[in-house]
Design a protein. Structure first.
Lengths: 323, 284, 306
């Protein structure tokens, strides 16, 4: 029996007000049901929206932005009702789409200020803020050149700038690190973290890169075939797995493996990385003792805990097992 | 010394009202249009027609000059004159639209710009209104505004008898122009939304117009009646205008059909345009 | 040696524009990741390997086949580029069949096509038009095309781009299985975390030159002027920091939200000392190298990355 939405809402959820409340949201295209009775309340600072392709993530985002009308169900964003207060909602949302989003032959300054004015900023303010935001994302002189001449990384930054120019309360980022090279990724993730840490802007991050989501988000909603298959919090508070230890060694292991096994450990030895299940009476201290006796370097020592990837793959499995 | 780190600042100031957004769309569309020197030049060239008409009207009140110049027959300035004048203005205005309109909607669509434009507090109707208003204002400046000026000059120079007889032309000029502006703007916007390349879009519009006229003429000649006129944009309007200007209709009995076709064109273009303006990219 | 991939002082220029400059490599079997900023020469290197372009200077040998011998080279190498343009109106199965025929194969076409599709998880989409494929499906289709003729060498340009986590995990499993057969897999990626997790070797390119190559740990060890950084989480962080700082070789011990960051010139001595302290009772929760990974190496060696 598949679990539709497991709520692991911790105590701190009550401290932050809900950003989005979905109740029985249904979206149908002809015969195809893209969102199927989706019900969830999201209240994290940064919420990860995950799922395989075709799960309904884009549909959900389009519905929240008012690009399409849900077939049934309701949604509340930032205290406003979708369907009734659409314009007010959109004035509080910043959207960074996955694909290219610019007007042909326009430069970054014109585009950003036009977006600012369309969101209601007075023209003088829009121009000032456009420059501020372009500076903030790191677009320098290039801002006076047409966006069509930009590299992918610069286009991503320009997209972020237009999403924040009007000072939104909710930022929806769809694959923000797409096509960025390592320094670009670092920069983008750093900017997103800074925005998240401000506290007055909530973020919805839609990405296939689970590592990024783990790093940034404190709440995660996983969709599959239009339904929520997992909804919970992320963070260091996740209890470490029972005694599963990951090791990375330096130097000759010698009889280290045998020594561990004689103490009751189960071992799986890869080329560099070892996994050990410690018996209940054994402590990490004992492992170090054995390593010290053999002058072995323990370069990495980590108790394995559920990564987001584990959670994701498990959520996918649950669904197909029960389906 | 104080160090000011560059950080993101939130915005808490006032926001403009809904219909201000239409003005924003208008402003940037118009600015973009006149960034092109070719279009600006074309616009001013198109203003030559009213200028010529103004001169002719003035001359018609100074027949002595004409007879001195020799050979130019006297001009009768009446309702038919104004209808003809508007006819020429509108043809010229159309040429302008054919080159100006394609750059209105296509650039927003080409690179996904609509997905961020429509993510703003802006309805699709407001967006369309903004773009439409650019064409409406420019076309007005090319059609009824100079026409009314010419009419005013004529009115001033004319006899009270003429004034009493023809005062209503002022209103007709406005209505006839409005019909032309609405039908053509919507058609041009629809083409701009569906055709990616500007040259092709311009070609399509010119084609619709001139091929239609050509076909109409040929059909008329072949069928020995005026049904072919229904294929020509200009003829359709002239048929409708005969009502405004109280001139004898070119094709009696076809007037209601012509009106229907014009309204269908306008409505159909608007529907096509609306369909194309979407924020969400369609995923197959 | 009729095995392995060798670049012998290879340079490639497009007119005046630099592709790669003086590249010499000996790539072993297994998974090798190609990393570098945009414009560093990754695509050039891959195109050279695949035999799609010829070097301006130098020689390239792939499994004993010279790169200017397309007949033999294209059988040995499978290439999946970053972008695609599939022929109009074709369906998945059709395209694969056509490719096999173009390669001169006549036997066993249908089962091989089915096998390739199954390998990448597109078996159900064999009859669908390619124009209707999503981004992830197109990525997998490119992979299928590269694997189709059972090559010894696979060259993949950003193969995990656009794939959802499930498909990524499946692709990674596929890569590992491929490499485990003793074959050669060269892929380029911007996601350094992936590079760390799946590759055996790393080639770091910058401005057309190879600035580092080899197993990641090995590369790190060759940067002795950069002291090693280790991050340790412990409930008695202050004590640990103070104790560590006493050790000769440790030049910095700092505390932050994530624990103690130790910077040391003598990692070996440090690890042995840590063993002693931990065995004596100092509680340790986690130890991990802070900069012995692709991310750190990239930052150190690639200009303008920091």
């Amino acid at each position: 029996m598949p679990s539709l939405a497991t709520h692991n809402a911790p105590a701190e959820a009550s401290a932050t007000s809900p950003v989005i409340s979905l109740t029985g949201l249904v979206v149908r295209y002809g015969h195809r049901t893209a969102l199927d009775q989706l019900t969830a309340t999201l209240s994290g600072r940064a919420i990860g929206l995950l799922g395989p392709n075709g799960a309904g993530k884009s549909t959900l985002i389009s519905a929240l932005l008012g690009f399409l009308r849900p077939t049934a169900g309701t949604a509340r964003l930032l205290g406003l009702d979708l369907g009734r207060d659409d314009q007010a909602i959109r004035s509080r949302i910043g959207y960074m789409p996955e694909n290219d989003a610019f007007v042909a032959k326009m430069n970054a300054v014109t585009l950003t200020r036009m977006m600012g004015e369309l969101s209601g900023l007075p023209p003088a303010v829009a121009l000032e803020r456009a420059h501020e935001c372009l500076f903030y994302v790191g677009l320098g002189e290039a801002r006076y050149r047409p966006l069509g001449t930009y590299s992918q990384g610069m286009r991503q930054m320009a997209k972020l700038a237009q999403a924040i120019v009007h000072g939104p309360q909710l930022l929806i980022l769809d694959e923000p690190t797409n096509s960025l090279d390592p320094p670009g990724r670092e920069r983008m993730l750093r900017l997103i973290r800074e925005i998240r840490d401000r506290g007055d802007i909530r973020i919805i991050l839609c990405s296939h890169l689970l590592r990024d989501v783990e790093e940034i988000c404190d709440e995660v909603l996983i969709l599959k075939q239009g339904r929520a298959v997992h909804h919970g919090t992320l963070g260091g508070e996740a209890a470490p797995g029972p005694r599963l230890l990951e090791l990375e060694l330096g130097g000759e292991p010698g009889d280290f493996a045998a020594a561990l096994q004689s103490r009751g450990c189960e071992l799986a030895c890869g080329a560099r990385r070892w996994k050990a299940i410690l018996p209940p009476e054994m402590e990490l201290r004992d492992v170090y003792q054995l390593a010290a006796e053999r002058s072995l370097e323990l370069r990495r020592v980590q108790f394995r805990r559920d990564t987001l990837e584990d959670i994701f793959l498990r959520a996918m499995d649950d669904e197909s097992a029960g389906a | 010394m104080a160090v000011h780190p560059q950080i993101y600042r939130p915005y808490q100031g006032p926001l403009s009202g809904g219909w201000r957004r239409v003005a924003v769309v208008h402003h940037y569309a118009r600015r973009r249009m006149f960034d092109s020197r070719v279009l600006t030049a074309l616009f001013f060239i198109c203003l030559l027609v009213p200028f010529v008409q103004l001169v002719m009207v003035y001359l018609s009140h100074n027949l002595s000059f004409l007879s001195q110049a020799g050979g130019l027959k006297a001009l009768t300035v009446d309702n038919a004159f104004f209808q003809d004048y508007l006819h020429y203005s509108c043809v010229v205005a159309f040429i302008f639209v054919a080159f100006a309109a394609p750059g209105l909607v296509a650039p927003d669509l080409a690179h996904g710009g609509l997905s961020i434009i429509l993510a703003r507090p802006l309805t699709r109707w407001q967006y369309i209104a903004g773009k439409f208003s650019v064409l409406a204002i420019l076309l007005s400046l090319l059609t009824w505004v100079p026409a009314e000026i010419v009419f005013l000059v004529q009115y001033n120079l004319a006899t009270p008898d003429w004034r009493a007889h023809y005062y209503w032309i002022a209103g007709s000029l406005l209505l006839a122009s409005a019909l032309w502006i609405v039908v053509l703007s919507l058609l041009a916007l629809a083409v701009s939304a569906w055709v990616k390349w500007r040259i092709v879009a311009a070609g399509a519009l010119l084609g619709i117009y001139f091929l239609g006229s050509g076909f109409a003429a040929a059909a008329d000649a072949a069928l020995q009646n005026n049904v072919g006129d229904l294929f020509s944009l200009m003829q359709l309007h002239l048929i409708a205008w005969s009502g405004f200007f109280d001139t004898p209709p070119t094709a009696p009995g076809l007037t209601p059909v012509a009106w229907l076709i014009l309204l269908a064109l306008a409505g159909g273009s608007l529907a096509l345009l609306y369909r194309r303006i979407r924020g969400m990219q369609v995923v197959r | 040696m009729a095995a392995g991939i060798q670049f012998d002082d290879v340079s490639k220029f497009y007119g005046e524009v630099l592709g790669v400059n003086h590249v010499s490599l000996d790539i072993p079997s297994g998974i090798t990741s190609l990393v570098g900023p945009n414009g560093a020469g990754k695509s050039t290197l891959m195109n050279l390997l695949a035999g799609l372009i010829q070097p301006t200077r130098g020689r390239i040998q792939v499994m004993g086949v010279a790169s200017d011998d397309p007949e033999r080279l294209f059988r040995v190498v499978g290439y999946s580029p970053q972008y695609d343009s599939f022929p109009r109106g074709m369906r998945a199965g059709e395209l694969l069949r056509a490719h096999l025929r173009l390669a001169g194969e006549t036997e066993n076409i249908a089962p091989r096509v089915t096998a390739a599709l199954e390998q990448v998880g597109l078996a159900a989409a064999a009859g669908r038009k390619l124009a209707a494929f999503s981004k992830g499906m197109r990525q997998r289709m490119r992979l299928a095309l590269a694997l189709l003729h059972d090559p010894q060498v696979l060259i993949l340009d950003e193969p995990l781009n656009g794939l959802d986590p499930l498909a990524r995990a499946e692709s990674i499993a596929l890569f590992r299985a491929f490499a485990a057969q003793g074959r050669y897999l060269i892929l380029s990626s911007h996601i350094l975390h992936d590079v760390d997790a799946i590759s055996d070797q790393l080639i770091l390119l910058s401005n057309g030159c190879v600035v580092a190559e080899g197993a990641i740990q090995g590369v790190r060890a060759e940067l002795p002027d950069r002291p090693l950084q280790v991050r340790i989480r412990s409930p008695r962080a202050r004590e640990l920091a103070a104790t560590a700082f006493q050790l000769p070789g440790v030049i910095e011990a700092s505390l932050d939200a994530r624990g103690v960051l130790i910077t040391t010139r003598d990692p070996h001595a440090f690890y042995l000392a840590l063993n002693q302290w931990a065995a004596a009772g100092l509680p340790i929760e986690a130890v991990q190298p802070a900069d012995d990974n692709a991310q750190a190496i990239y930052g150190y060696l690639v200009e303008g990355a920091r």
